[in-house]
Design a protein around this ligand. Structure first.
Ligand SMILES: C[S@@+](CC[C@H](N)C(=O)[O-])C[C@H]1O[C@@H](n2cnc3c(N)ncnc32)[C@H](O)[C@@H]1O
Length: 206
């Protein structure tokens, strides 16, 4: 019998273009850092005409996600255990991803650790090559200084423009907001999420 893990987890991506793992070709969205799986288990149920891949570096978190996923309810979801950085491009066809969701990326608050942050200029170069024209990047973080860092990095990129009146808003920016484990935990101790939403400005990239 096919176990849930076999259904959901892409175990070996060598030579695979991940857009092709779904039986039904549909616009593809990625979530980076799926954590305990609230977003990747609930949001795709609202959008059955899209496919979703949750990219998560931690095996423990992949197992957390699997506890929330059911093949009958989540046929359009897959998980891939991966530390995401600019190299993520190699797993997808160029300009083939409709959108990327990043809920509460690790803020690495100490200055000497800032280079470990996911959002970096080189990562945006990769995202620009990954996203289809008009593709979106949605980000939430409760860390005010990281939010300002993210806005700065996006402002310096020629490939993105904000879709919000103000680049940071304190209200959810998706029609169907899914509150995650980390959002709930941080709200309880007084940290409100900052929401950002960008669109890819398509231009030929080398
Ligand atoms: C602060 S937690 C947030 C989890 C979840 N998105 C939420 O909002 O509850 C960050 C998550 O991202 C994962 N993560 C951090 N950096 C990553 C990276 N570069 N690639 C993939 N996953 C990453 C961690 O393992 C962790 O599950």
């Amino acid at each position: 019998m096919l176990e849930d893990r076999d259904f959901f987890v892409i175990e070996d991506a060598a030579g695979l273009i991940l857009n092709e793992v779904f039986p039904t070709p549909q616009p593809l969205y990625l979530e980076i850092g799926s954590g305990k799986g609230e977003f990747i288990s609930r949001y795709p149920q609202l959008y059955p005409k899209y496919n979703f891949i949750g990219l998560e570096m931690s095996e423990k978190r992949i197992r957390n996600c699997l506890k929330k996923l059911v093949p009958e309810l989540n046929p359009n979801v897959r998980l891939f255990r991966k530390y995401v950085d600019a190299d993520i491009l190699q797993y997808f066809a160029p300009h083939s991803v409709a959108g990327v969701f990043i809920q509460h990326p690790d803020p690495w608050p100490k200055r000497r650790h800032h280079r470990r942050r996911l959002i970096q200029a080189i990562f945006l170069e990769s995202l620009a090559k990954l996203l289809s024209p008009g593709g979106t990047v949605q980000i939430a973080t409760d860390h005010a200084e990281y939010a300002a860092w993210i806005v700065d990095i996006f402002a310096q990129s020629p490939h993105f423009s904000s879709l919000q009146e103000s680049p940071i808003q304190m209200q959810p920016n998706l029609d169907n907001h899914v509150s995650t484990w980390f959002e709930d935990a941080q709200r309880k101790i007084g940290y409100e999420p900052h929401f950002m939403l960008y669109k890819s400005i398509f231009q030929e990239t080398k």
